[in-house]
Design a protein around this ligand. Structure first.
Ligand code: NAD
Ligand code: WQD
Length: 346
């Protein structure tokens, strides 16, 4: 595959949770970054926080990817963009069930707009996909060749459709390289505690609910079921530190810039390869942070799969990337961020 000179990197959704951590790692690796975000699920103050970490505020353009004309105009004026990391999307499984059309508009139409704006240009494209495309795998750890199952939610479907659109478009274009990263469960925060997850309203995900319970913003954590077919009865997930995940995006860009791709479209599992149960996360959070967590066992959450963790050998072999931080780092950094944001609200 043809390699591209390292130019500016466009990061859509770059003031969001994973995007901000990736911008830090891109700047640390010497890239010039432009963030495009509509701030629908993030805060402009993140730019100051990134500058406090790296010494450099990335260029920022407030723009909604659903505004096709504005997006095309922006892309046409930035001819020095050679890489693109596409985080911008809506990501709540529950919300997607209630409002499927909002998800198809915000996760699919925006992707089509973005690909249209870059049509005919040579660009290295990294896509935020999700292990949710696997559903409940038949074999664990799950590999990239596992069958993609019928999505459990409109959100999960937008990731499956997004991968298909990118695969087909990459094969039909001569300048588009695509790497889709299938994230497992991103958690934790930058070691500085200056950036982290900023859930809107009541957190749907485990770790932000844990930290908000520990800081008494939430009264009690409900563990959704402890009677599953797992060692301690609670669900198992492959939690990955958001900083490790961010570094995987830099590795994906480097692979494309070096012309090492085996085909115009590739997918990689990005996880640790290890599974932790909900109750293990609860116990480890308490022990590593020396705090007591108020939790109870409740009924299973509809749509939850029981257990999943990734086979991450392909990323190690072909991206030269593997997770370095363990669950203790994830949970101590998440707690440090919770304490920071609680005292320094944006
Ligand atoms: P996030 O909500 O923190 O960040 C998304 C960013 O995109 C936000 O800053 C938001 O303002 C922006 N955005 C949304 N719609 C936009 C639009 N139409 N135009 C411009 N900007 C827009 O989410 P995140 O956790 O950082 O996730 C980033 C990506 O990773 C998403 O595509 C998500 O589906 C995917 N992903 C997340 C997880 C997870 O657990 N967080 C797991 C797997 C995959
Ligand atoms: C993890 C475990 C819950 C909250 C979701 C999306 C996925 C991706 C990551 C976007 C589960 C349990 C949770 C709580 C609990 N997002 N839990 N009490 O469901 O694995 O994945 O986020 O791409 O697409 O599906 O993550 O953090 O919601 O749940 O017991 O208050 O924690 O049942 O077993 P999940 P999660």
């Amino acid at each position: 595959m043809s390699d591209l000179k390292q130019g500016k990197i466009l990061v859509t959704g770059g003031t969001g949770y994973i995007g901000a951590h990736t911008v830090v790692e891109l700047q640390n690796s010497g890239y010039e970054v432009i963030i495009l975000d509509n701030l629908s699920n993030s805060n402009i103050k993140i730019l100051d926080q990134i500058k406090a970490i790296t010494g450099k505020a990335p260029e920022f353009i407030k723009l909604d990817l659903r505004d096709k004309a504005e997006l095309f105009e922006f892309v046409a004026t930035y001819l020095d963009i050679t890489g693109l990391i596409h985080f911008a999307a809506s990501k709540s499984v529950g919300e997607s069930v209630k409002q499927p059309l909002l998800y198809y508009e915000n996760n699919i139409s925006t992707l089509v707009n973005l690909l249209g704006a870059f049509a005919g240009r040579k660009v290295n494209f990294v896509f935020s996909s999700s292990c949710t495309v696997y559903g409940q795998p038949d074999v664990l750890p799950v590999t990239e060749t596992a069958p993609v199952k019928t999505a459990e939610s409109p959100y999960g479907n937008t990731k499956q459709i997004g991968e298909e659109i990118l695969r087909e478009t990459a094969h039909a274009s001569d300048g588009l390289n695509v790497i889709a990263l299938r994230y497992f469960n991103p958690v934790g925060a930058h070691a500085s505690a200056l950036i982290g997850e900023l859930p809107n309203g009541v957190p749907q995900n485990l770790v932000p609910f844990v930290t908000q319970t520990a800081i008494c913003k939430r009264e009690v954590l409900t563990v959704y079921g402890n009677d599953f077919d797992t060692p301690d009865g609670s669900c198992i997930r492959d939690y990955i530190h958001v900083v490790d995940l961010a570094k995987a995006h830099v590795a994906a860009l480097a692979r494309m810039e070096a012309g090492k791709m085996a085909s115009p479209y590739e997918t990689f599992n990005i996880g640790t390869g290890n599974g932790n149960s909900v109750l293990e996360v609860v116990q480890k959070f308490q022990s590593v942070n020396k705090v007591q967590l108020n939790y109870r066992i409740g009924p299973p959450r509809e749509g939850d799969i029981v257990k999943i963790w990734g086979n991450v050998d392909k990323a190690a072999a072909e991206l030269g990337w593997k997770a370095e931080l363990g669950i203790e780092d994830m949970l101590s950094s998440a707690w440090a961020w919770e304490k920071y944001i609680n005292s320094n609200p944006f």
